[in-house]
Structures are given as C-alpha cells and as structure tokens.
Design a protein around this ligand. Structure first.
Ligand SMILES: Cc1cc2nc3c(=O)[nH]c(=O)nc-3n(C[C@H](O)[C@H](O)[C@H](O)COP(=O)(O)OP(=O)(O)OC[C@H]3O[C@@H](n4cnc5c(N)ncnc54)[C@H](O)[C@@H]3O)c2cc1C
Length: 320
C-alpha cells in the first residue's frame, strides 16, 4: 500500500509528485497522458505533428510564429517530468476507472494494473472543453484568455470573434477589442449583466454582442474567414480574420463524485488547503472550483495539495 496516490500527470499532478519526492512520501502517480494539456501543446511542435493534437495547429492558422509555443510554465513542467519519470516504481501509465474509500483506505481501480491502495489521495485529473460539433471547427482557435494579449497584437486592425459566455470569453473579447477593428462575442445564452466587464463591453461601438446566436459553420481555407450564425431562423454571415472558442470546461471529476462535494458544474469543492469534503482526499488544478485556469496556478495547487496530504499523513496513527 502507498501513503499517497496522485491521479493525473498534468502540471498539478506533477507538481504534487515533485513535492512528494522532496518529502520522501511513498507515493504513486497514475496518469493517462504525461504533461496533461501542456503535453498536448508540446507534442504539436511541427507541421508533421499535425495529427497528434490540435491546439498549436489552430494557432498556426492565425500566425505560424506561434509554433514556438509560448506557454508560460512549460519549462517548469518539463523539469518536473524528468524528475518524476526517474522515480521507477512511483509512476504508472494507466487509465483510472474507479475510486473507492473503505475503512480509511483509498482503492483506485485501473484498467490494466488492478486496484492500487493508499492512505491519502490527490485528484488532479483536469477537464475538457465541450466541442461545438460544427463543420469547419478545426479552423477555430481554442484557449483564448490564456494568450489573448498575444493574439490581440497580431489581430490589430482586423476582425475577430469569440464564441462563448464564460468569464474567459468576456475578458478575452475585451482584450482583443483593444486592438481589433471589430470584435464579436457570440453566445447562445444571454450574457449575465452582473459580470462587471459586460457593462464596459456593451458601451463599446467596436464590440458587437450577438446573444441568442448559435454558430453553425466555420468557413475558410487555412484559417477561418467566415462564421455562419443563426438566431431563431435568421442567418448571418460574419467575415472574420480569427475566431476563438472559450467554452466552459467539463471537469474530470466523475471518479470521485460519490465521495466529495462538487459544485453544480461538477468541479470539486476545495478549501484553502486543497482539502475536499472527505478527509484524506485532496484536489488540485482544473478539476477544482479554484479561480484561475492556468499552468502556473495548477502547479501551485498541486504543491499545496501535496503539502496538505503530507500533513494529513503525519497525523495518522503509525502502522509499522
Ligand atoms: C486549449 C487550451 C489552451 C490553453 N492555453 C494555456 C496557456 O496558454 N497558458 C496557460 O497557463 N494555460 C493554458 N491552458 C490551461 C492549462 O493547460 C491548464 O490550466 C493546465 O494544464 C491544468 O493542469 P491540470 O494538471 O489541472 O490538468 P491537465 O493538464 O488537464 O492534466 C490532467 C491529467 O489527468 C490525467 N487523467 C485524467 N483522467 C484520468 C484518468 N481517468 N486516469 C488517468 N489519468 C487521467 C490526464 O492524462 C492528465 O495527465 C490552456 C488550456 C486549454 C484547454
């Protein structure tokens, strides 16, 4: 049995593992894809890699210079990777299929390596975005809000569209509008007037908020040139130079939903120590309710979750 199992090998899981190495905790990190979302980006470095993932391919359609991969925190995740991968016997590449808690022990079911047990658990399984499922979706950029300042610079004097109603979408369109000639915010749902940035957006003549519109198609050759949007049977064709999807994330929290409290969207509720409603179970990164969905934040959270798990383990009765 391990003292600690870490679910996930993204920035949060790896930071937790590095912390566990430092504290000499007997841990196991189980992951499907090393690097998590950052791994996907790193893999898509060259044109030949196009089929491996999609994120940078989309950036290429805006500007090939983006191939350089400017993701802040990538270097840290690389360093963590080499440290974590050297820990033979502490890493397992497998899919976790179940998590149970019996008599104070966590039982983690895996696809190929049976059930692994531990006294404490960190869940850092991240999330995924909802696809639009429209023709031409591959022409759209994902991940606006993390790099909107870079995009804003490149789209100076041009027309851009942001699809979504998340806070990231609202902030993204506001940042883009600082340089674009015209910016659209397209959302099938009404924009909540309580979000302060909405008032500022509504007052801008160069920002058009298309509420109640659904995007039906993206058209273009190497990058998006037109968006087809529909509201109650009325179709509009928008000429754009770039379009960004900033939809809400779907957290990978199903494994522990029966054990811990989640918010209505499924994000795991955590306290200021990354503890969940179940003692011994900690959560970090994008799967949680914590504010800020960025690599550097996930790294900090992973480290804090490991620190808390360590404290928890120290307070448990000694079993020699
Ligand atoms: C399109 C896009 C662009 C982004 N751009 C930026 C950016 O420019 N800058 C920035 O700072 N952030 C950016 N982000 C956000 C950043 O990638 C995330 O904040 C960060 O990766 C979250 O780390 P995490 O460890 O919580 O989750 P993830 O990176 O998602 O890692 C989750 C880990 O859990 C594993 N996992 C999940 N389920 C299971 C299972 N059942 N069994 C085993 N393993 C499992 C996965 O394999 C993976 O290892 C972007 C995100 C997206 C989606």
């Amino acid at each position: 049995m391990y003292d600690l199992i870490i679910l996930g090998g993204g920035p949060a899981g790896q930071a937790a593992a590095v912390y566990a190495i430092g504290k000499q905790i007997n841990f196991l990190m189980i992951y499907k894809a090393l690097g998590g979302r950052v791994g996907e980006k790193i893999m898509v470095r060259s044109e030949e890699d196009v089929s491996v993932g999609h994120i940078l391919v989309h950036f290429e359609s805006v500007d090939p210079v983006e191939k350089e991969d400017r993701l802040v925190g990538t270097e840290a995740v690389h360093l963590f990777e080499s440290q974590v991968m050297s820990q033979k016997g502490h890493i397992l590449k497998d899919q976790v299929t179940s998590v149970n808690h019996k008599d104070g022990i966590f039982e983690v079911g895996t696809e190929r390596n049976g059930v692994q047990k531990s006294r404490a658990l960190i869940i850092a399984t991240g999330g995924r975005e909802q696809p639009l499922n429209i023709p031409g979706e591959e022409l759209l950029v994902r991940g606006l809000g993390y790099q909107s300042a870079t995009h804003a610079e490149k789209l100076a004097g041009k027309t851009a569209a942001v699809i979504g109603v998340t806070e990231r979408a609202l902030h993204g369109v506001a940042e883009l509008a600082q340089t674009t000639r015209h910016a659209y915010l397209i959302t099938p749902e009404p924009v909540k007037p309580t979000v302060p940035i909405v008032q500022a957006l509504r007052q801008r003549p160069d920002v058009e908020i298309l509420e109640g519109y659904e995007v039906k198609e993206a058209r273009g050759s190497t990058h998006v040139e037109q968006l087809i949007v529909v509201k109650q049977g009325e179709t509009r064709q928008l000429d754009v130079d770039a379009a960004f999807v900033a939809h809400a994330l779907i957290p990978h929290s199903d494994l522990v939903k029966h054990l811990v409290e989640t918010d209505p969207d499924g994000f795991i509720k955590i306290n200021e120590r990354n503890g969940t409603s179940l003692p011994g179970l900690y959560a970090a990164g994008e799967v949680t309710t914590a504010f800020g969905r960025e690599v550097l934040i996930a790294i900090g959270e992973g480290a804090r979750a490991a620190l808390s798990a360590h404290d928890y383990l120290l307070a448990q009765p000694v079993t020699k």
